[in-house]
Structure formats: C-alpha cells, structure tokens
Design a protein around this ligand. Structure first.
Ligand SMILES: NC(=O)C1=CN([C@@H]2O[C@H](COP(=O)(O)OP(=O)(O)OC[C@H]3O[C@@H](n4cnc5c(N)ncnc54)[C@H](O)[C@@H]3O)[C@@H](O)[C@H]2O)C=CC1
Ligand SMILES: O=C(CO)COP(=O)(O)O
Length: 322
C-alpha cells in the first residue's frame, strides 16, 4: 500500500521520494527500466542520477506501473516535460487522483504546459503543480527548501500542501497553476541565456541585465495567458530564476555556458529550456508578444545563429523605455 506514487526515477523523482519517505509517507518510486530498479534496490541509492543520497528503508522502488498506482491517490509526475504526454498515455491513475506535475517546460508537440497535458490525458484527475527553486541534490540530502504547490481545487490544494510538506520542505499554496507552471518553464530559457552570457565572457553585469530583462519577458508573456503575473514574482518564477540563472549546479545554466564557449549542447542531460524555447517562440509569435531573448536562445540552440551574432543583434535593438 502506498499513499504517494512518484513516476520517473531521475534526479528529482528520486530526491522527492527520499524526502517524503524519510518523513514517514508510504512512497512508491516507479522507474521504467527493470534493470535500473534492480540496481537501485540492491544499492538502496540511485547512484546514476542522485549519488550519495541513501534510500530510507520504507521507500519502495518498482518497475511495475499498475502496482505503483494501485493504492496511491497522490501521484507525482517527475519525468522530463517532453515525456509527460507519453507517460500519461500508458499510466492509468484512479479516477479523482491528484496528479502533481513536477516537470518544468512546455510540450513542444501541443504547446501545452504540464497541467494542460494532464487535463487532456486524464480528465478525471485533479491536476496540481509542484515547482520552485530546488536542486534535486538539496532535496535528496534533506536541506531546507521552499516551493510552490499550485492547485485550483479548493479542497485538494490544502490537502496536498500538508501531505507533501515536511519539516524541511516548506510548501506555499497557490490556486494559480498557469502562473506556477509558466514560471518554471520560462526560467530555464533565461538560465540558458545567462549561461551563454557567462560562457562567452560577457561578464556578470551582462548576466544581471539578461536575468532582469529575461524576467520582464517572462512577465510580458504571462500577461497573454491565464496566469497571474504576480505568481511569477514568487518562488515559482523569480525564486527559481534566481537559483537557476546563477548556479553551475543547474543543467540549463551549464548548457548555456557550453554554448557560450562555442561548444555543442551537452548530450544525455535533461536540458528543459531547449525544447521550451522553441515552444514559447512559436506561442509568442502567434500571440504577437515580443520575446527577443527567447527567440535568440531558440536560434542559438538550433545552431542558426552564433553567440556573437545573437549578442550583436540584441544590443542593436532600438533604445526604449524600461
Ligand atoms: N534535477 C533537479 O534539480 C530538478 C528537476 N526538476 C524537473 O524534473 C523533471 C525531471 O528532471 P530530472 O529528474 O532532473 O531528470 P533526469 O535527467 O535526472 O531524469 C529523467 C528521468 O526520467 C526518465 N524518463 C524519461 N522519459 C520517461 C518516460 N517516458 N517514462 C518513464 N521514465 C522516463 C529517465 O529514464 C530518467 O530516469 C524536469 O522537468 C526538471 O525540470 C525540477 C526541479 C529540480
Ligand atoms: O529546476 C531546477 C532548480 O529549481 C533544476 O534546474 P536544471 O534543470 O537547470 O538543473
């Protein structure tokens, strides 16, 4: 019997599984690869994705998806954003389950955020979003963290907030799922731009400009959606942007550093901002929202524009009011 199922045993799913089972919850962590599950159960650690963080004795790890979902009414979705629709096509959570999206991004195929993907695949579920500034290694090592739990359902939201909080994992409640998921998606694009800036040697002043103007771009985009721009000023937006766009622990920032140095994108690493930049570029064009930084990140990651060309184009834009 598990109360919480966590689908996706990457760094973040593993970290949340450790934190929540350490706090006494009955947690089942599901991974699609039976061999990876065998190794994790033998070593009681996910050495590949989250080295050094030991599994509590009560954490169950399985490759059996129906078994993981059998008794859980709270399901955390911790696969990368571009895998979410595919996962939900094969998972069959019980009617009325809370599906908590922990992935950050916009689905390239549909242009939907995680709660839109959940609503399309599982109309009988209660969607929610868990997001904000948190490196998996910090959560997995039980360091203090504050996140946003967004859920539009007035009863399920507070219940999830209490179920998923621990003495060191402090969840703030929001009803604004659109805002919470947008902040987490867009900050990765700005983090790529910040990394590119530092990798190219443009300096910390330029990075501060990119973060600030990137945040302005995030708010501008939010205003064209159902999101409340104020939500993006909280943990899920500004909070996560601050973390991701300044730390080499971030994969998006590190990928940006590589691009800025003229190297290719690192392979085999989850870099959510790459697909999300493409998806947001398309949506912004449809809605007529100027997103110059996002467009440059999309063009640089596609290899269409070099970093010096991107920087020159951004600096040559007409002067305007802040
Ligand atoms: N790593 C971190 O510090 C944080 C990550 N996140 C978000 O969590 C999401 C997952 O990221 P990570 O766990 O870091 O990625 P990761 O790269 O460590 O692991 C991804 C995992 O998903 C699995 N996976 C991929 N497609 C799948 C599918 N269709 N079915 C089942 N499993 C599948 C892979 O096998 C892998 O184990 C991303 O959206 C990320 O932005 C959010 C906060 C912190
Ligand atoms: O979302 C994160 C921290 O909040 C993790 O960022 P990266 O995916 O860039 O590593």
């Amino acid at each position: 019997m598990s109360d919480i199922a966590i689908l996706g045993a990457g760094a973040f799913g593993t970290a949340l599984a450790i934190a929540l089972s350490h706090h006494g919850n009955r947690v089942t962590l599901w991974a699609r690869d039976p061999e990876a599950v065998r190794i994790m159960n033998a070593e009681r650690c996910n050495a590949r994705r989250l080295p050094g963080a030991a599994f509590p004795a009560n954490l169950v790890v399985t490759a059996d998806l129906p078994a993981a979902l059998a008794s859980a009414r709270t399901v955390l979705l911790t696969v990368p954003m571009q895998s979410l629709a595919g996962l939900l096509a094969q998972a069959h959570p019980a009617e009325g389950s809370a599906l908590v999206a922990c992935c950050k991004g916009v689905d390239l195929a549909s242009g939907l955020g995680p709660t839109g993907v959940i609503a399309a695949a599982c109309p009988g579920a209660i969607p929610a979003v868990l997001t904000g500034p948190s490196f998996a290694s910090d959560i997995g090592h039980l360091l203090p963290t504050a996140l946003t739990l967004a859920c539009a359902d007035a009863e399920a939201g507070p219940a999830l907030q209490h179920q998923l909080s621990t003495p060191v994992l402090r969840l703030y409640l929001s009803r604004d799922m659109a805002g919470a998921e947008l902040g987490g998606a867009l900050k990765n694009v700005v983090a790529l731009a910040a990394g590119i800036t530092m990798g190219a040697g443009f300096g910390e002043s330029a990075r501060a400009a990119i973060i600030t103007r990137g945040f302005a771009e995030m708010l501008r985009f939010a205003e064209t959606t159902a999101a409340d721009p104020d939500t993006l000023r909280g943990l899920s937006g500004l909070g996560d942007l601050t973390l991701t766009a300044t730390s080499e622990k971030s994969r998006n920032y590190r990928a940006g550093l590589a691009l800025g140095r003229g190297e290719p994108l690192p392979e085999g690493m989850t870099i959510e901002g790459v697909a999300t930049a493409q998806a947001v570029e398309r949506l912004a064009a449809k809605r007529n929202v100027p997103m110059p930084l996002t467009a440059m990140v999309a063009a640089v990651t596609r290899g269409e524009v070099s970093v010096p060309e991107a920087a020159a184009a951004l600096l040559a834009r007409p002067l305007k009011a802040e």
